[in-house]
Design a protein around this ligand. Structure first.
Ligand SMILES: Cc1cc2nc3c(=O)[nH]c(=O)nc-3n(C[C@H](O)[C@H](O)[C@H](O)COP(=O)(O)OP(=O)(O)OC[C@H]3O[C@@H](n4cnc5c(N)ncnc54)[C@H](O)[C@@H]3O)c2cc1C
Length: 502
């Protein structure tokens, strides 16, 4: 069966919904989804600098958290356009938490120099953002379809001209002038992640197969405080950074403060710093968790602000009002991804990427807390604007399929990536990972895993969330980006890209 539309958007998280909504009035759009991604799980909030806050300060915090490796112009777009996108979201009906005087309640999170995180339902911001965007989309003519995109259609001259969608045992081809990947991150390529299972890097694998470049794939962010439930694989509940924003502190298994004296912002240091400190503490103590102590936070604040975390803790028998919370780092966010320009265009005609799957450089080497929902809102709109103004030229030439393939050894791939490309990496381990992945097939998880390993092997320094114990310092010989592409045999190859070209 074949259908045709102007634009196919793959993914119904904040980025895909924002893109589809922005195109609704001007283009015939089909939104595809394989289920909920990370968006409805987001807890802490959306960052936005408005009023007495200054987008320039937000810019600075983003760049500091990103280890000075951010794309300055794209960060500027993020922080300057962010408040307007937030206001539109409110106009669409999103209900954010408010103070008694009616103003938006804003909290502090790691790496931010002032409280600028807007939140909803206490710690259920993603669910409210998702609800409001979906409700707004239902008021438009955008059509939706549930199914996994298992391939792209590429003209023999190289343009992407459609997608292949699997629904049950039926395969449907949908022709389109533009295809937008909004498929989220790569959580499912690791054993334990805060991401749900639909987030498995399909967009990354499809883009690579179609000839697109990836960039900054070595920068995989580990959230410092996933709840230590005793499970070592699958989706782990998150304990939002905002708990530390309200005063909670990290302690080792002996009860000693971990972050005191390690960083000027102590427990609110950027995520990479906190995650590394926890990993080092756990290794030193031979423990599988540390404690997050929120007992100093007023019980009414905990109940009002953190109902989701409170409930997750209760499920493992922990009362976060009076007990310490067992936490450990877990894979959380991909800072790199499919290389795009500021309007989502990849280096393959007709193929766009937006949200967590895309690398615009706004996160540098380490994402600032609560900048990701914002990225989806801002860059989703930018892609929509670009495709409203101009669609790629129609290409009616011969075409072929670019198939996603299948992973037959998913668990083995996750084990390899988690073991060798976690918070702490080294050359010997990364080489071992590459060898072991050699026999792991050509499915999407294997492709994603090889790309992360190739980029992490190439970068022989440490910055942001890429930490090489054999090259523990940042080295300006590595100020370039690492680009990954597939060679003719389908293997990832890397090259350095000067920052001025990125
Ligand atoms: C627990 C948790 C808490 C977080 N808290 C925050 C926070 O407080 N603030 C913040 O800014 N960020 C937060 N983040 C990060 C943020 O939620 C994500 O980065 C963001 O929501 C990603 O949005 P997205 O639209 O790019 O992708 P997602 O929301 O992950 O959506 C991906 C979509 O792609 C679809 N998809 C994937 N592959 C296919 C395929 N082959 N075919 C069809 N569809 C496909 C999925 O079904 C899904 O609909 C959090 C993340 C997690 C997991």
């Amino acid at each position: 069966m074949t259908r045709a539309v102007d634009v196919v958007v793959i993914g119904s998280g904040v980025a895909g919904l924002s893109t589809a909504l922005g195109l609704a009035a001007t283009r015939d759009v089909l939104l595809l989804s394989a289920g909920d991604g990370s968006t409805p799980w987001a807890q802490g909030g959306v960052s936005a600098a408005y009023g007495e806050d200054d987008p320039l300060d937000h810019w600075r915090d983003t760049d500091i958290a990103g280890a000075g490796f951010c794309d300055p112009r794209n960060v500027r777009a993020l922080v300057e356009e962010g408040p307007q996108r937030l206001a539109e979201l409110i106009a669409h009906g999103a209900r954010f938490d408010r103070n008694a005087d009616g103003s938006l309640s804003r909290t502090l999170e790691g790496g931010h120099s002032r409280p600028r995180i807007v939140h909803a339902g206490g710690d259920a911001t993603g669910a409210e953002v998702h609800r409001a965007l979906r409700a707004a989309l239902q008021r438009t003519s955008v059509r939706t379809m549930t199914g996994r995109t298992v391939g792209l259609v590429q003209s023999d001259s190289g343009s992407i001209v459609g997608v292949l969608v699997e629904t049950g045992d039926q395969l449907t081809q949908i022709d389109a002038r533009a295809v937008v990947l909004a498929t989220g991150g790569i959580g499912n390529a690791y054993l334990a992640s805060t991401n749900p299972s639909a987030v498995r890097g399909d967009g990354i694998a499809l883009a690579l197969r179609a000839g697109a470049s990836l960039v900054d794939m070595e920068f995989v962010q580990f959230h410092p405080t996933a709840l230590h439930t005793g499970e070592t694989s699958g989706q782990l509940p998150l304990v939002t950074e905002a708990v530390r924003g309200e005063g909670a502190v990290l302690r080792d298994v002996h009860g000693r403060r971990i972050m005191e004296g390690l960083h000027p912002r102590a427990d609110l240091a950027p995520r990479d710093v906190v995650a590394r400190a926890i990993e080092a503490t756990m290794r030193r103590d031979g423990s599988d968790h540390v404690w997050l102590d929120a007992t100093g936070v007023a019980p009414e604040v905990i109940r009002r602000r953190f109902p989701t975390v409170l409930a997750s803790c209760a499920r493992i028998g922990v009362d976060m009002v009076s007990d310490q919370i067992p936490v450990a780092p877990a894979e959380h966010f991909l800072c790199g991804g499919v290389r795009t320009d500021r309007n989502g265009a990849t280096d393959v005609p007709g193929l766009y990427a937006v949200g967590e799957v895309a690398a615009t450089g706004v996160h540098g080497a380490n994402r600032l807390a609560s900048n990701s929902l914002l990225e989806g809102l801002v860059f989703g709109r930018r892609v929509a604007t670009a495709l409203t103004l101009e669609l790629p030229a129609a290409d009616h030439g011969r075409s072929h399929e670019v198939a996603l393939g299948e992973d037959r050894e998913a668990e083995r791939i996750r084990t390899i990536l988690s073991r060798y490309a976690g918070i702490r990496r080294d050359g010997a381990g990364l080489n071992a990972a590459a060898d072991e992945l050699d026999t792991a097939g050509t499915g999407p998880l294997a492709t994603v895993a090889r790309s992360v390993v190739a980029a992490a092997t190439a970068r022989e320094d440490s910055r942001g969330c890429h930490w090489r114990s054999d090259h523990p310092h940042s080295d300006n010989r590595w100020d370039d980006h690492i680009v990954v592409r597939l060679d003719e045999d389908g293997r990832p190859t890397t090259r350095q890209l000067q920052r001025s070209e990125a």
